[in-house]
Design a protein around this ligand. Sequence first.
Ligand SMILES: C[S@@+](CC[C@H](N)C(=O)[O-])C[C@H]1O[C@@H](n2cnc3c(N)ncnc32)[C@H](O)[C@@H]1O
Length: 239
Amino acid sequence: MAATIKGYTAAMRPWETLAEADAPDGQRVALRRRGHEFLIRVGGWDLMSSRDDTSARALATVGCGALRERAGLRVLIGGLGMGYSLAAACELLPDDATIEVAELVPALVEWNRGPLAELAGRPLDDARVRVYLGDVAKRIEQARDHFDAILLDVDNGPDPLAHDHNARLYGRAGLRAAHRALRSGGVHAVWSYSDAGDFARVLERNGFDASVHAVPNRGRDRGRSHAIWLGRRRSASRR
Ligand SMILES: C[S@@+](CC[C@H](N)C(=O)[O-])C[C@H]1O[C@@H](n2cnc3c(N)ncnc32)[C@H](O)[C@@H]1O
């Protein structure tokens, strides 16, 4: 009985807004807390909660797990969120790796150095980590034959939710840019709200060997699986 009353109390506790900021596309981003749970809201939508970090971490375990062994691995993560994918990548990658994290909203980086810092164990303090402030699509477009892995979790997956401009990351132009930014055999891993749709075919058509990994969800959408789409870059001659 006590557990029921305790659960009821936690659920009824009001959300407190800790901070707010505007994304470059004008969307309002809010950081909220209720007890031990943190929530990031974008444009009135719940983007992510700290209640379940399983699939955010899985993005890194699936993506980095598919890397071929070599010295000086270079990994790009977009975006930062609450830092779980970044923390998992830091745990998995060797000391000589470089891990770049691209984040569109500067306040998110600030919050990860402030109220959110302990959630994922302060991964921004890792000496291998570099922050790119801006659109991950721009960072991908700048790179040629550079990254061993791109780990993408900027929105809802191939069905974008919060920022409309992210749709281009999942279409032909975005995937061709990722293909150019990766080394041969490199890995393009994409977090997705579900494994529905034909994103594997889109990856295949744009120079990747594709697979999908379902990840159980223990948070708000309990019972539903999230997905990590994995593309292995084929060489330019095998496109
Ligand atoms: C769902 S959260 C990422 C969660 C993250 N995987 C984690 O472990 O906490 C999405 C993040 O991507 C950022 N973002 C959205 N669009 C972006 C873009 N085009 N480039 C870089 N970051 C972006 C958001 O501000 C947010 O911090």
